[in-house]
Design a protein around this ligand. Structure first.
Ligand code: NDP
Length: 278
């Protein structure tokens, strides 16, 4: 099959060279026998609309969208999934003729990692999410639909946490609070959805936040445990995980949107883990 008739997919970002998505989607394609190419494309700031138009003309069928283009992609969509409308940002585009359907798969990616890969149930659990940026906005709906006892959001800029609690109050018991209001509270699951780990920092969380058998989850991943993961272990969390599984699971959901095939994820997570540890 020549490249001119092979369906094309890509991740767009700036920067994007670090992306693991080409590896993940190549694994998914080979596993499910799908003929496609998937590349990482560096797009200049302000250049998303042009890029998508040209990509569509060159047999481009779908895109993943990463920082800083999630909002551009949202605006470019001709049709949005309901969850993307509520999240206000998208990470997956499906190109069909003149139509661009947009969806967000980060939330389902996190949920699948927690429930399938780490065998967690969220029903009746007390959840704390640290951070109130784009990633957190995308995961609130699927987490709340699992009917936890409560979902508390804490953020460095408290007004953003308050806004999120307001926007998602229709989905369950969601509360915003300040870091100092966490004193004396306990949680079964604490998710770090901040980008603090990127700069080697730890959000100002008080001691004794974990219940017995609690799980700590950092959406970030890397060769070494993040400062949040190190802290969580010291604080007695019984399970501590990074966001590598979320990355692969959100990719699997994008792949399903594009190809209507559900790839197996566990083997890909294992291979990626080996790759980033080298
Ligand atoms: P945003 O830039 O939208 O939001 C960043 C958030 O982190 C804000 O709430 C910000 O607070 C907070 N923050 C940043 N630095 C600090 C700090 N030093 N101390 C406390 N809070 C801080 O980023 P995203 O929401 O897009 O991404 C967040 C994280 O999630 C990143 O690490 C990203 O890599 C990860 N991610 C992982 C995915 C996966 O598949 N595993 C998918 C998507 C994201 P404030 O509002 O005060 O600025």
């Amino acid at each position: 099959m020549t490249s001119s008739i092979t369906d094309r997919y890509a991740v767009i970002g700036n920067p994007v060279a670090h992306s693991k998505s080409p590896f993940i989607h190549a694994e998914f394609a080979s596993q499910t026998g799908q003929q496609l190419t998937y590349t990482a494309e560096l797009v200049e700031i302000g250049g998303v609309a042009n890029f998508v138009e040209q990509f569509a003309q060159q047999n481009g069928k779908g895109l993943n969208v990463t920082v800083p283009f999630k909002l551009d992609a949202f605006q470019l969509a001709t049709r949005l999934s309901e969850r993307a409308q509520r999240a206000g940002a998208v990470n997956t585009l499906l190109i069909q003729g003149n139509e661009i359907f947009a969806d967000t798969t980060d939330g389902i990616g996190l949920l699948n990692d927690l429930t399938k890969n780490h065998q967690q149930t969220l029903k009746h659990k007390r959840i704390l999410i640290v951070g109130a940026g784009g990633a957190v906005r995308g995961v609130l709906e699927p987490l709340l639909l699992e009917a936890p006892e409560s979902l508390t959001i804490v953020n460095r800029t408290p007004s953003k946490a308050e806004q999120l609690a307001k926007d998602f109050s229709g989905f369950g018991n969601i509360i915003a609070c300040d870091f100092n209001q966490l004193e004396g509270k306990q949680f079964d699951l604490i998710i770090n959805g901040t980008s603090a780990s990127l700069s080697g920092e730890l959000p100002p969380l008080p001691d004794n936040l974990f219940t017995e058998n609690a799980l700590a989850y950092d959406m970030m991943y890397g060769a070494q445990p993040t400062p949040f993961m190190v802290w969580a272990k010291q604080q007695g969390a019984s399970q501590v995980h990074d966001g590598l599984g979320m990355l692969v699971e959100q990719a699997a959901e994008s792949f399903y949107i594009w190809r209507k095939k559900r790839p197996e994820t566990q083997g890909v997570i294992k291979k990626l883990r080996e790759q980033i540890s080298q």
